[in-house]
Write a protein that binds this ligand. Structure first.
Ligand code: SAH
Length: 494
């Protein structure tokens, strides 16, 4: 099975840039072994005007069966034979998608060290897949690729060219053309949509498949009109995984829709004030913004807890992660957020790609939803949820409670959230409005205390409360913080 990717170019922007982007030199034919067979990359043509890379996968049908990943063992004799004689070696399917991501992983991620400016640049691209099993036919092929900016040509492939009377096969020849997509986008479209069109049971569906889908779908899947079909087929119609993916996509959409309005009242000013107070001569003249006060309160509570390995859950654009990195007490810092866009900003802020090895080992950013248990989050000293809980719908809050206090179970958990009583003190806030468009609720001190005490009691933690910002005698502080500490008995048991 194979596919080709072609770019056209000009003397200033030669098509052979494709070779840089794919990290494969046009003059060489290269071979890679993948789990399902051998992949070859070669360039049938490579000039400034036009450059074509071909990915060829020789599927080892026997290895597939031996790995126990073939179709059902035993059963009817023809089923046994079908393990060895099937379309897998010829049709573009999930196996080709896996090879694509293995062989072109940097290109898929949009990384190019040799020419860092290239990946973000759209290219005139043409992709050809000569034999694509397309369940749903030409209409579905169009419905999947056209909304992404591709011009789509689909031709049915005859069952046998010599016997037109036999009609068409279930395969199509697909040609995609676009001038406005980047190579990374193109590859991520193929990585997801080839297996979706094949719609065969995949050999590789596991729970981290949801992560892979969200990563590959970054920037296009959250808004795709066929999102549901794509998600469900990609995950081999596993209902629980599909539901998880759909919910996470919805969160990504929501989080990104109001990204521009990041915590406008109390956080947006933070950037400037913070920069000023660090660099300017007379910081004491400026009132320190609430976001900075919150970060200081969190740092103080983390110091008091003695934590070294810290999770920043709902890390947003990475301000706290950055502050933690500056403090050598923290040996491992993990930022988690559902919004890919926030994580991209965070990664840029932290200059993750230019960081020395020692620093880079201390920090990690992960995409994930706090409404699901996640084994990657187990075993940390502390977790911070700074201005995060109020972004969840109240009915989803118990899921977060369980994921953090029941499953991840760090020794210390810090939770901050607005104190709604204080809202009357914000001059710019119209009465009855919450501080941010995406806040699903804002609590009084009493409501927060009741919630925190219930969660602490249920999961074996003690809890204490700290005001953050000016503690108004009548309405309390603008931000309230709860410090949860795992009880000694629980800690021993863990
Ligand atoms: N902690 C940061 C950002 C707070 S804004 C700060 O204190 O400034 C809330 C963040 O929570 C957003 O980045 C949003 O994407 C994230 N978020 C909301 N719901 C989430 C969920 N279910 N799982 C993970 N992150 C979530």
């Amino acid at each position: 099975m194979f596919l080709t990717i072609s770019a056209t170019g000009t003397p200033e922007r030669p098509a052979t840039d494709l070779g840089y982007l794919l990290h494969k030199h046009p003059d060489n034919a290269q071979t890679f072994s993948t789990s399902y067979g051998t992949a070859h990359v070669l360039y049938p043509e490579a000039s400034a005007e036009r450059c074509t890379a071909a990915l060829l996968l020789e599927v080892d049908a026997v290895a597939l069966v031996r790995r126990g990943k073939g179709k059902g063992r035993g059963g009817a004799p023809d089923a046994a034979l079908a393990q060895y004689v099937n379309d897998r070696p010829y049709a573009a399917s999930s196996l080709l998608a896996v090879a694509l991501s293995a062989v072109f992983s940097s290109a898929m991620k949009g990384q190019c060290n040799a020419r860092p400016e290239l990946p973000a640049r759209p290219l005139p691209l043409r992709v050809e897949v000569p034999a694509l099993p397309a369940r749903g036919g030409a209409d579905l092929v169009r419905a999947l690729f056209e909304p992404l900016g591709w011009t789509v040509t689909v031709e049915a492939v005859a069952l046998d060219a010599e016997f037109p009377g036999w009609g068409d096969s279930r395969y199509v020849r697909l040609v995609l053309e676009s001038e406005r997509l980047t190579l990374s986008e193109a590859l991520r479209h193929l990585y997801v949509l080839l297996p979706v069109l094949d719609d065969a049971k995949h050999y590789w569906v596991s729970s981290d498949e949801v992560d892979k889908l969200l990563r590959a779908g970054d920037g296009w899947l959250p808004d795709h009109p066929e999102q549901k079909l794509i998600t469900s087929r990609y995950l081999s119609r596993r209902w629980s995984l599909t539901r998880e993916a759909m919910e996470r996509l919805e969160l990504v959409r929501l989080a990104e829709a109001d990204d521009s309005a990041v915590e406008e009242i109390d956080n947006a000013v933070a950037e400037e004030t913070e920069a000023d107070s660090e660099d300017a001569a007379e910081p004491e003249e400026k009132s320190v913004s609430l976001a900075v006060q919150r970060r200081d309160a969190i740092l103080a509570a983390l110091h008091a807890s003695g934590a070294a390995r810290v999770l920043d859950l709902g890390c947003g654009q990475g301000q706290l992660v950055q502050a933690l990195l500056k403090d050598t007490r923290f040996t491992e810092i993990v930022g988690v957020d559902v919004s890919m866009r926030a994580l991209t900003v965070a990664s840029r802020r932290l200059k993750l790609d230019r960081m020395g090895e020692r620093q880079a080992e201390r920090v990690k950013l992960m995409q994930g939803s706090l409404a699901y248990t996640d084994n990657r989050l187990k075993g940390y000293d502390a977790a911070v949820l700074s201005e995060v809980i109020e972004h969840l719908d109240l009915p989803r809050l118990p899921a977060l409670e369980y994921a953090v206090f029941g499953s991840a179970r760090p020794k210390t958990v810090l939770v901050t959230t607005p104190n709604v009583e204080y809202n009357v003190r914000w001059e710019t806030l119209p009465a009855g409005h919450s501080r941010h468009g995406d806040h699903r609720f804002e609590w009084t001190r009493e409501e927060f205390r009741a919630w925190a005490e219930r969660v602490a009691g249920r999961h074996g933690y003690g809890v204490e409360f700290t005001p953050v910002g000016p503690d108004d005698p009548e309405v309390g502080p603008p931000t309230q913080m709860a410090t949860f500490t795992m009880s000694a008995k629980e800690e021993k048991a863990a």
